[in-house]
Design a protein around this ligand. Structure first.
Ligand SMILES: [Zn+2]
Length: 394
């Protein structure tokens, strides 16, 4: 069913329909596609007695938020985040009104586009008071194992895990013969179900796909057996025969994948994952670009002076990369009535519980220490209210 849906809705936003001057038709296209899919699903359900679902596929559009389409201007974008959110929201409305059972944000080559889609879905759910499962599907574009916007599969998962998807996985791009290592990495870190619906191989010189149903199905069977996936299917180049072969191949496979138990660490991601395990002894975090911590930086942002703001960030990167070993950092953590003061320097790490009065003393010392440019600086403002309040109590 998803195949029917996917083909219609790849270009289901005004952003993609603008190429055909059909922006005004976006709601109808989505609504009627979902309706057709749902009707077909119900027919098969009636005939077979097995429940069938209709998935509304939300594609990446033909514009990216992360990458400039102009080689001569890396900062240029042809769409904004909020424009994309609006476009996705219109699409979601059509799909949900048409009767979809779940939403697939798929073929994600730019995670920021996907975040716009996920945000649009959240906003829609809240406004229309509906809720349905969301599936997130990334696309690895080559053997580097990265999305087009540069993320590894682990980093990609961390970036979208806040959306609490029913399932996360990979689709499109590479054929199943090349996707296994990336699927393995995703299966090892994702704390939800995982899926794969690859292409029928890489496109050939004529833009066709050479992998037949019999070539493709064994790959997906072995992934299911080895516990890499909970859900399988086919993307570009696959036909109903492919889907049938894949369904038959996994019919007798007992679900082997268990969702891995991941310890609760802070997990961040850029292009690579950054996981704060106990083995990470020290992380130097720059805090110059924080409107709450730096009045100077805030003024630049308010004045739209992005050139100067970028310089601040750049200087910090230079400082960080030129520092031979880490500099001293102090952090205050406020825990109900107790402040924990942590001071980390080149040779020592001090943790102290301090009273609010002591805290004030430390603050005055820290603030006067011009060399300190740590996380504390941004906590100063939010902390100072409490310090003031409790200092009167002391
Ligand atoms: Zn595809």
């Amino acid at each position: 069913m998803h195949t029917i849906c996917g083909h219609y809705l790849w270009a289901g936003t005004w952003v993609a329909q603008a190429d055909y001057a059909l922006e005004h038709m976006v709601y109808d296209i989505n609504y009627k596609s979902a309706k057709l899919c749902k009707m077909a699903a119900m027919e098969v359900e009636k005939a077979t007695g097995r429940r069938r679902f209709c998935a509304g596929a939300i594609g990446p559009t033909n514009r990216t938020l992360s990458i400039s389409p102009k080689v001569e201007n890396a900062a240029f974008r042809n769409i904004t985040f909020m424009e994309l959110v609006g476009a996705y929201k219109d699409q979601v409305r059509g799909l949900v009104d048409g009767g979809c059972d779940m939403l697939f944000v798929e073929t994600i080559f730019d995670t920021l586009n996907a975040k716009a889609a996920l945000f649009a879905i959240d906003v829609f759910f809240e406004e229309y008071e509906v809720k349905m499962p969301v599936v997130i599907s990334g696309t690895i574009v080559d053997m580097s194992g990265r999305t087009l916007s540069g993320q590894t599969t682990e980093a990609f998962w961390i970036s979208v895990s806040h959306a609490n998807p029913l399932c996360v996985g990979l689709n499109c791009a590479l054929g199943p013969d090349q996707m296994r290592p990336f699927m393995t990495r995703l299966a090892n870190c994702a704390t939800c179900y995982t899926h794969a619906y690859p292409n029928a191989g890489l496109p050939n010189a004529m833009g066709g796909y050479d992998m037949g149903p019999k070539d493709m199905a064994p790959h997906l069977r072995s992934w299911a057996q080895d516990g890499l996936v909970n859900l399988v299917g086919g993307c570009c180049g696959t036909t109903p025969d492919h889907i049938k072969a894949i369904a038959d191949a996994v019919a007798d496979v007992k679900p082997a994948r268990k969702i891995p138990d991941q310890p609760e660490y802070m997990r961040l991601s850029g292009l690579e994952p950054m996981i704060f395990t106990p083995e990470v002894r020290f992380a130097n975090i720059g805090e110059r670009c924080n409107v709450a911590g730096s009045i100077r930086f805030k003024k630049m942002v308010v004045a739209n002076d992005w050139g100067k703001a970028a310089e601040v960030a750049q200087n910090q990167v230079y400082t960080l990369s030129s520092a031979r070993s880490f500099m001293s950092v102090c952090i205050y953590i406020y825990l109900s009535y107790i402040y924990i003061y942590i001071y980390i320097s080149r040779n020592s790490c001090t943790v102290m519980y301090v009273s609010p009065r002591m805290c004030i003393e430390y603050i005055s010392r820290t603030v006067s220490d011009a060399s300190c440019w740590c996380g504390w600086c941004c906590m100063r403002l939010c902390c100072s209210d409490r310090v003031y309040k409790y200092s009167k109590d002391v």
